[in-house]
Design a protein around this ligand. Structure first.
Ligand SMILES: [Zn+2]
Length: 237
């Protein structure tokens, strides 16, 4: 089975579904990861605080480029641990994907779907506090709308610790649980590749938090450690 994972930022794929990705690849499924935004916010000159234009010095640009290439190399390392070599970066502006039209983001997702032809697409929930996550969800939903001979049969959303739970007034209601008891170690190892993103407990992006969240979904599902998902839609032949 071909599975496409569309995330906004490098590390979302690990935080949201690292264990499930590892399980899918272990079971010989083909998984492709697409990372939509750079993961590094551009710096604005104070003169342009309220403008959508940037005034970035050459030196600043060099620093940003270096940070972007570092985080991409972390993403590739993490993917390798999860058994994925097919990873694509689309370089949309970080934390401001809402400045790009839904049409443009959707078209880029459509292109990838037409080429890769996945049966299942995983992405963010629409309930996250991070705006890029919401933009990804909207684009995936638009790109996978049902029509004759549709390739994508299932669209599934996942939570991202440090975003989903911080949108305090909406509630992520999972109805799919994947047993990742044998994959949690790899999930944590993959997170540890992201040296600039990992934090100390009790931050949700810490190894101990990932273990706790996995245990929490385990208590809901009857597995020792689980990842939780919410089915957006499924087409059954
Ligand atoms: Zn993110």
């Amino acid at each position: 089975m071909k599975t496409l994972v569309i995330v906004a930022h490098p590390d979302d794929e690990v935080l949201g579904m690292g264990g499930t990705i590892k399980k899918l690849t272990k079971n010989k499924n083909q998984v492709k990861i697409v990372i939509m935004a750079t993961g590094i916010a551009a710096r604005r000159s104070t003169n342009f605080k309220n403008s959508s234009k940037y005034d970035v010095t050459k030196d600043d640009q060099k620093i940003i480029d270096k940070q972007i290439s570092t985080i991409k190399s972390h993403a590739k390392k993490a993917a390798k641990i999860l058994g994925v070599t097919d990873i694509e970066f689309l370089n949309f502006p970080d934390n401001e994907m809402d400045t790009v039209s839904n049409l443009e983001i959707t078209k880029s997702v459509e292109k990838i779907i037409q080429k890769f032809k996945p049966e299942v697409v995983y992405t963010h929930t629409p309930f996250d506090v991070n705006i890029d996550h919401v933009c990804c969800y909207n684009a995936v939903l638009t790109a996978t709308r049902p029509k004759k001979n549709i390739i994508v049969k299932k669209v599934i959303s996942f939570e991202v610790p440090s975003s989903t739970e911080w949108n305090f007034t909406s509630v992520f209601k999972p109805n799919i649980f994947v047993d990742i008891s044998n994959e949690i170690t790899n999930k944590i190892k993959a997170l540890e590749c992201y040296k600039t993103e990992i934090e100390k407990y009790p931050h949700p992006r810490s190894p101990k938090a990932l273990q706790s969240i996995g245990n929490r979904w385990g208590t809901v599902s009857g597995y020792s450690v689980a990842e939780a998902f919410s089915l957006i839609r499924s087409l059954e032949d």
